[in-house]
Design a protein around this ligand. Structure first.
Ligand SMILES: [Cu+2]
Length: 162
């Protein structure tokens, strides 16, 4: 039994050793983004009682890890003038998403159960701030909105990955 096991292990090791050199010689294909350290990017987005963000465009490099801090500089409570940040996949129907956000209700921070969402913060009232960290999506231009009922018509912007 012991001999059989040893023979099996030897074969196992042998086959591993054969595979490894083959991989390392394929240098032309070593462009796996997952192996590169990701650049960390910090963004700050403010909002207020006038139902506005302070930026209509956010830019990040491709393959970065984004930490976005949303600040609500207003004084009104969350139920009256709450704000969040919701980053949406390309091609999302904003009107349809807005309806789902209303249905989700304030208990869920007006975040609907939707696969259109790339990343989002919680909903915050005046004087609060919140942070979300996420991997930047593929290069392109995306919509971000506040999903509080009625806000996305004004509270929206472009999130650009370049
Ligand atoms: Cu809002």
């Amino acid at each position: 039994m012991i001999l059989t096991a040893a023979a099996f292990l030897a074969v196992g090791c042998g086959s591993d050793k054969q595979v490894a050199p083959e991989k390392s010689t394929e240098t032309e294909q070593v462009e796996a983004p997952s192996n590169e350290p990701k650049q960390e990017v910090a963004l700050r987005l403010s909002s207020n009682d006038q139902m506005k963000y302070d930026k209509s465009e956010l830019k990040v490099p491709a393959n970065s890890v984004v930490t976005l801090t949303l600040v609500n500089e207003g004084q009104m409570p969350k139920a009256a003038m709450g704000h969040n940040f919701v980053l949406l996949k390309n091609g999302t129907d904003l009107a349809a998403f807005g309806m789902k956000a209303i249905e989700a209700g304030i208990d869920k921070d007006h975040i609907p159960n939707s696969n259109a969402i790339i990343a989002h913060t919680k909903l915050i009232g005046g004087g609060e701030e919140t942070t979300v960290t996420f991997d930047a999506p593929a290069k392109g231009t995306y919509d971000f909105i506040c999903s509080f009922p009625g806000h996305y018509a004004i509270m929206k912007g472009k999130f650009i990955v370049e």
